[in-house]
Design a protein around this ligand. Sequence first.
Ligand code: F3S
Length: 427
Amino acid sequence: MKLTPDEQAMLDGQQGKAKQKAMDLLVRYGEALGAERLVDTKNVCGTVGASTPFLREFAQKKGGMDAVFSEFNLDSAEVVQIPKVAVFSSHLQHGIDPEHGDRQGVPAEVVQVHRKGEAYAAGLGIQLLNTCAPYTVGNVPTRGEHCAWMESSAVIYINAVLGARTNAEGRESAGCAMLTGKIPYWGYHIEENRRGTHHVELDIDVESTADWGLLGYYVGEVVQDRVPVISGTRNVPNLARLKHFGAAAASSGGVEMYHLVGITPEAPTLDAAFGGRPRPETIRYGKAERRQAYEAANVTAKNRNVDFIMLGCPHYTIEQIWEVSKLLEGRKLSPNTEMWIFTPRQTAHLAEQNGYAKIIREAGAHLMSDTCSSMGRLLPKGTKVAACDSVKQAHYLPAIMGIESWFGTTADCVNAAVTGRWSGGLD
Ligand code: F3S
């Protein structure tokens, strides 16, 4: 890999041991990928600290967060002192919400280690956005901006909707990018890799957030990790719909980039989305495909007695909280159900200010931040059957937690929370 003089200086240890180790890892990683060079980045989203049980134990045994960063961000058994980050870096979701440790069944000592990790990240200069949807709370990369982001649902959003450029990074490469401001130049950093590989034409209206999730789930399954181009959209989807579409496509297939013709920035026309290359055969998405996706999203669900309703995957926007508060207003959750709604802390503050949090509390539901059920492996005690309005969460919860999960609209989920019974279905 060709290095610039400043990259070589870091690799030679002229800027300290931590940067040397970071640069060494980036070079090894880039060479394994076949990258010819690194690219500058000034926007990194990753994770540090100790928010999972294993890392918390490691931090306690090894006696500190520098040890965790060295081992799990720099791949170094030798503990080195970690300097402040070199570029704008944001923290993604954690494994717990320290404000709701009791309800999430997290022991107080674990919350304490978590808070140490959080203080450590802040000390390094990392922005504590603590969400899988940083683009909803101020980290909004611009078109063409080279980024180094983890979190599949965020990666696909900033690539496709914002036209920023990132691959789905790991904890190690993102940690190294924080310290160096560099990331291998390959994959979706390169113009030609961003062009479409598959063409999906919509034969039906795709309107609701749930429908965008189903479309994403279907498309991901069909194209796997390639670049779908979707045409025939009759409605312009909002942020929440594209958030759900991307999260679902990244779950069923590993999609990191897509184009919506006439909507996303790199697809003003069908030809532009394919970069002038010949178009592949068209895949059609109609009623049958929508049903197929719905059935796949509900494949684990059998028991209609629901005990847990999880909303906010990816973390809810303020618009979604407003919507759910309207659905909950004046109603009470069934004594047999628990409802957790996940949103960034900043959005939770806004929900409080606007009175939505009060409505949610009065209904008996809980607004939480920083984590989610799948990420933190957190469920109310005894949960057997969940309901979600996110295909991604319905996909992961049964696999990770061994429970059943229904998928439906937000209204279906709120009804289940109030009645204790799942009555959703496809119209
Ligand atoms: Fe976010 Fe958890 Fe979903 S981290 S994207 S809410 S699986």
